[in-house]
Design a protein around this ligand. Structure first.
Ligand code: ADP
Ligand code: MG
Length: 226
């Protein structure tokens, strides 16, 4: 169970303040598939980073089970993030000079797995994503859809129970986007909790629960009425 309680996030830049999240309340139960839809600039990436332990709120709390994420020591917070949370970035954030296999190995390396174990697990994951014939390709030698699949494999490396996806279809053509959504649905069917933020209403509509974000405020929505 994850919760945001009265979370505010203010960015301050050159004397100007942006209220990117305003009293955001959110509850995510284990096994949920939640979408949060909102236009560009509504605070989607900010919300996901805050929920994922990567951006400290100005006010309010983020609860991961019984732990208050931002009251944990940074080392503990990083550990919780590594063990429980998988993040899918809009721009994939693959390391350009590493191969697909090595990119997927990174989180396993950070978790202390042996080189042999890293390779074995990374191969398995890339196979699951249909990329067994692209292990030695670098991101620049892969199509955009393939890069997203490497990013998904890397995200799965440490078996996250919570998956946070920032516009996972934003940079993809419609068919590849649909593949990514069905993959996220499969991961949810396996029991993982999935949260996606998106400006794509069709993608948002496929989730089990939906919320709308507008100017940093979170609102509920009814199905078919995004
Ligand atoms: P979205 O992902 O929905 O497009 P963001 O969460 O990226 O929205 O941004 C929400 C608001 O906060 C926007 O108005 C954006 O300009 C502002 N913002 C985002 N990141 C920063 C930052 N690092 N510094 C200052 N303002 C920011
Ligand atoms: Mg964004």
């Amino acid at each position: 169970m994850y919760k945001m309680e009265q979370v505010c996030l203010e960015y301050r830049r050159r004397g100007k303040t942006v209220n990117a999240l305003q009293d955001a309340n959110l509850e995510i139960c284990d096994g949920d598939y939640l979408s949060i839809v909102g236009p560009s600039g509504s605070g989607k990436s900010t919300l996901l980073l805050t929920l994922g332990g990567m951006l400290t709120p100005t006010k309010g709390r983020v609860m991961a089970g019984s732990e208050s994420l931002y009251d944990l020591a940074p080392v503990k917070r990083a550990q919780l993030r590594r063990e429980k949370i998988g993040f899918v970035f809009q721009t994939f954030n693959l390391i350009p000079y590493l191969t697909a296999l090595e990119n997927v190995q990174v989180p396993l390396l950070l978790a202390g797995a042996s080189e042999a174990r890293q390779q074995e697990r990374a191969k398995q994951l890339l196979e699951r994503l249909g990329l067994s014939d692209r292990l030695d390709h670098k991101p620049g030698e892969l199509s955009v859809g393939q890069q997203q699949r490497v990013a998904l494999a890397r995200m799965l490396a440490n078996e996250p129970s919570l998956i946070l996806a920032d516009e996972p279809t934003g940079n993809l053509d419609p068919d590849t986007g649909k593949e990514v959504l069905s993959f996220l649905e499969q991961l949810n069917a396996e029991g993982r909790t999935v949260v996606i933020v998106t400006h794509d209403h069709a993608a948002a509509e496929r989730a089990k629960k939906r919320l709308r974000l507008e100017n940093g405020f979170v609102h509920p929505v009814e199905k078919g009425n995004i």
